[in-house]
Design a protein around this ligand. Structure first.
Ligand SMILES: CC(C)(COP(=O)(O)OP(=O)(O)OC[C@H]1O[C@@H](n2cnc3c(N)ncnc32)[C@H](O)[C@@H]1OP(=O)(O)O)[C@@H](O)C(=O)NCCC(=O)NCCS
Length: 178
């Protein structure tokens, strides 16, 4: 496990450790059909509780995990708008041992480049501080926004795996440490 870190800063965002008060806004994001449409795991009420428990547990066990994302300025400065970060994707056993860089933001914050800005910082932290050799992202082929974020991170599709949630193959994107 690496040294503890409280957060990362980008020009417009704070990525910080998860707090209790993040659970309610994240549950609302996880309940939004626009958000869940192309996710690789189910997000019913039970799954949302499990998601929040696993977010905390992942930090405790691995010393890294999903960051809570807050804009530093603008109309929603200081509000938690979602998560970006690295976690083991236990929901998909075939790739559960590969650290996944994931992103999920509230629809009101889409289209400002926030996901890319946060994910670049999380990617660099994963390679520089955590010394992870590679990162994957599991992306539904029709998730155009998410694919675009992956491209901007220097990722490329490495293979496909079957995802029973969608009853189809989904793309495994990968980027190697420099
Ligand atoms: C995926 C997600 C995090 C992107 O957030 P975001 O802050 O809007 O992302 P960014 O602004 O950094 O980048 C989005 C890119 O997609 C592009 N885009 C937006 N809408 C698009 C569309 N309908 N089709 C294709 N590209 C689109 C944007 O133009 C941008 O690319 P650009 O910088 O080249 O212009 C957000 O849409 C989300 O939370 N979705 C729901 C959860 C989800 O699907 N998570 C990923 C699971 S794999």
């Amino acid at each position: 496990m690496s040294d503890a870190v409280e957060g990362l800063r980008t020009p417009r965002l704070l990525l910080r450790r998860w707090r209790e008060e993040d659970d309610a806004p994240m549950a609302a994001i996880n309940s939004d059909p626009a958000v869940t449409e192309l996710l690789n795991r189910r997000m019913d009420a039970a799954a949302i509780t499990t998601f929040l428990d696993r977010t905390r547990e992942h930090w405790a066990v691995h010393g890294f995990g999903h960051w809570a994302v807050e804009p530093l300025d603008g109309p929603v400065a200081g509000e938690m708008i979602g998560f970006v970060g690295v976690a083991y994707p236990s929901y998909l056993p075939e790739v559960a041992d590969s650290p996944e860089l994931g992103w999920r933001l509230s629809p009101a914050s889409w289209g400002h480049g926030y996901a890319t800005e946060a994910a670049l910082a999380a990617r660099d932290d994963a390679f520089d501080r955590l010394v992870l050799p590679a990162l994957i992202s599991i992306i539904h082929p029709e998730n155009a926004r998410s694919r675009r974020v992956a491209e901007k991170l220097g990722m490329a599709v490495e293979r496909q795996v079957f995802n029973p949630v969608h009853d189809r193959d989904v793309d495994i994107w990968q980027v190697l440490a420099p």
